[in-house]
Design a protein around this ligand. Structure first.
Ligand SMILES: [Zn+2]
Length: 189
């Protein structure tokens, strides 16, 4: 193989977005029920790394954008990504229960009409939900998508290794910043 060798790329990005008028965010009873069902009853792990630690439930299409979205497009996009495929549901403690429930909801409501629908919810650990450089809220979609398509087995690196590398660079950056500010505490790494 010739061409570009493996390398690490670093960049920053800025974002701007419009939010339609929306109701104050409230936790609906449907969200509470679905969260409990996916995470606790079915024991679904983090979608990225499979961890059972610090699991949070993420809205794929954010609540605040919902009023501006086309439910049919939302449904199609979620179907295309297929968060609840066999690879993932197999890792839940109750895979059959989870799959059967989703099938029932699909039958009853072919079009998703609320952000709190189970098909718009996915479990992430804290690290893969919100933390810098690894969380879905902190990296761009192209990067997140590429990480998501890494095979469970047999790839060049695992998702874990790739995300860990980004996280280590973050820690090193923090250490260097602390050093520059004369605020360095040894043994933090
Ligand atoms: Zn995770």
């Amino acid at each position: 193989m010739s061409g570009i060798v493996e390398h690490f790329k670093k960049g920053t990005f800025e974002e701007q977005y419009w939010l339609p008028a929306h109701n104050a965010r409230r936790v609906s009873s449907l969200f509470r029920r679905n969260k409990k069902f996916i995470r606790d009853t079915c024991g679904a792990p983090c979608w990225v790394c499979g961890s059972m630690k610090d699991r949070e439930v993420h809205h794929v299409f954010e609540w605040s954008f919902w009023n501006a979205l086309n439910p049919k497009k939302v449904t199609n996009i979620l179907k295309a990504i297929e968060f609840y495929d066999e690879d993932y549901t197999d890792k839940a403690q109750a895979p059959y229960m989870l799959r059967a429930h989703i099938r029932r909801v699909e039958k009853r409501k072919p079009i998703i009409d609320t952000p709190d629908d189970i098909r718009n919810l996915v479990v992430f650990c804290r690290r893969h939900h919100r933390l810098k450089l690894t969380g879905i809220h902190t990296i761009t979609f192209p990067i997140w998508l590429a990480i998501s398509a890494i095979p469970a087995r047999g790839g060049i690196l695992t998702k874990e290794q790739i995300l860990m590398a980004a996280e280590r660079v973050r820690i090193i950056d923090e250490e260097l910043a602390a050093l520059a500010e004369n605020n360095y505490k040894p043994n933090r790494l």
